[in-house]
Design a protein around this ligand. Structure first.
Ligand code: EPZ
Length: 422
């Protein structure tokens, strides 16, 4: 099992390219199930989660070809061979649940294993189920699998639904299923994440009739068929936010190629409050500290456009070296502070009470041997290691490979003392 070793790294200078969004690509790939014509995705990120989705789709009979060093994915589901998504694949990645809606809409049936809990919480599927039932699906839970089908294996019928919570995945499953349903559908309290807007852009290029994406009400007029398309995956705003913090924590000035403030407004506002200078360049964003001091800021995660839960752990790493006390409240997941005990091993002063972490900044963290627990927690430990005295060793870095392509290389290219060992 690989580890990543980080030495205290002086100021960082240089450029970091930002890849295509994992959480957009994981919704775009299942969209191929909605058409028997080829879907080509460009600017695809090279991540193990994309590999897992590839294996899942191939198990359903989808042809998936990775071209141009993984930057291009050529998908075709003209010959599906089963409607059953097996537990042994689904358990590896919750996003596997995004085949439920498109498979049901295309074939009239979908048998998808429940994803099971994961490190950051129980993560049930109730919101997905009720959303698809509003489109006429009959769904029952049997032996840990959701058995979904349409009446007489016919088409879904358009319907209206209000989500109890603006779930990203439930919004994506509803929209994809409604594309082929008979008649008009409308989703209220829909999630507004940029990855959903990107999915809708792709579906529209496949011939779908959708409006309202990016707002909390999305309207879809079903069509008989969708055709093939080529779509470029939107930039990964979570990777962007993660690397924006590297020069803030370690000092220096780094340009994030392809970065834009638009997709991270709340996060950028908080960074500015903390004393960070963010400037637009011809090729992206430049980030550096204004002064040597990092000011404490309070953060409360929320659905988009609020502060992203996927950047909470990384922000905590920064607050560990602020010159005051900050309060981070996690409202999306019930257990997303597992990076806190690891940061405490590095000398951070953090007190977690339920969904709130109180962080008292210290002048310097100390390198330590720490353990990654989930994707974003592991990268927050890497960021903390950049500014910690001595050596930090992060274990179980397979978590990182799920969401950060070429992380060691990207950080080395701006001068970080980081290496991967097994
Ligand atoms: C997406 O997960 C992202 N994953 C997550 O990113 C992200 O943290 C999350 O949205 C919130 O922004 C992908 O897009 C592949 P949700 P998703 O449904 O769709 C509860 C990362 O690090 N819930 O909005 O699964 C759920 O338990 C990952 O890249 C139900 O209760 O998130 C959670 O507490 C982590 N019932 C909350 O809603 C349901 O039926 C948010 O879940 C569905 C969800």
């Amino acid at each position: 099992m690989d580890s990543i070793i980080i030495e205290e790294s002086g100021p960082l200078y240089g450029k970091i390219p930002i890849a295509g969004a994992k959480n957009a690509c994981l919704a775009l790939m299942p969209a191929t199930l909605l058409s028997d014509e080829p879907l080509t995705l460009t600017n695809a990120p090279r991540l193990s989660d994309i590999g897992t989705m590839t294996v899942l789709l191939q198990s359903l009979g989808v042809e998936v070809e990775s071209l141009n060093d993984g930057l291009v994915l050529a998908l075709s589901s003209h010959a599906l061979k089963t409607t059953r998504a097996d537990y042994d694949i689904v358990r590896k990645m919750r996003a596997s649940n995004l085949v439920l809606g498109p498979l049901l809409a295309r074939t009239g049936e979908a048998i998808v294993s429940l994803p099971g809990g994961c490190a950051i919480g129980a993560r049930p599927m109730d919101l997905h189920v009720s959303a698809l039932q509003a489109l006429g699906a009959e769904i029952e839970l049997k032996d840990g699998y959701l058995h979904a089908r349409t009446l007489k294996k016919g088409r879904l019928s358009g319907g209206e639904h209000r989500l109890k919570f603006a779930s990203v995945g439930a919004t994506e499953n509803f929209i994809m299923a409604a594309c082929l349903a008979k008649g008009r559908s409308q989703l209220k309290n829909a999630a507004m994440e940029p990855e959903i807007v990107d999915l809708v852009r792709c579906l529209r290029s496949m011939g779908a009739n959708i409006s309202g994406e990016g707002s909390n009400t999305v309207t879809i007029r079903g069509v008989e068929k969708l055709h093939g398309a080529t779509h470029s995956v939107v930039m990964d705003r979570i990777e962007l936010g993660t690397y924006m913090l590297a020069p803030v924590i370690a000092g220096g000035e780094v340009e994030l190629l392809g970065g834009t403030v638009e997709l991270l407004e709340t996060f950028c506002e908080k960074l500015t409050e903390a004393g960070v200078e963010i400037s637009k360049t011809a090729n992206g964003l430049k980030v550096k500290r204004k002064l040597d001091t990092i000011y404490p800021v309070d953060v409360k995660t929320a659905v988009y456009p609020g502060f992203p839960t996927d950047l909470q752990a990384q922000m905590m790493a920064l607050m560990c070296i602020s010159n005051g006390v900050s309060r981070l409240e996690e409202t999306i997941f019930e257990n997303r502070f597992m990076h806190a005990p690891e940061l405490i091993r590095m000398g951070a002063q953090i007190d977690v009470q339920g969904g709130v972490a109180r962080v008292e900044g210290v002048s310097k963290l100390k390198g330590a041997q720490v353990m990654a627990t989930d994707l974003r927690a592991s990268v927050s430990l890497i960021l903390a290691g950049l500014a910690a005295r001595g050596q930090t060793k992060v274990g179980r870095v397979y978590h990182l490979d799920r969401g950060y392509e070429k992380l060691v290389e990207k950080l080395q290219n701006v001068g970080a003392k980081v290496e991967r060992v097994n």
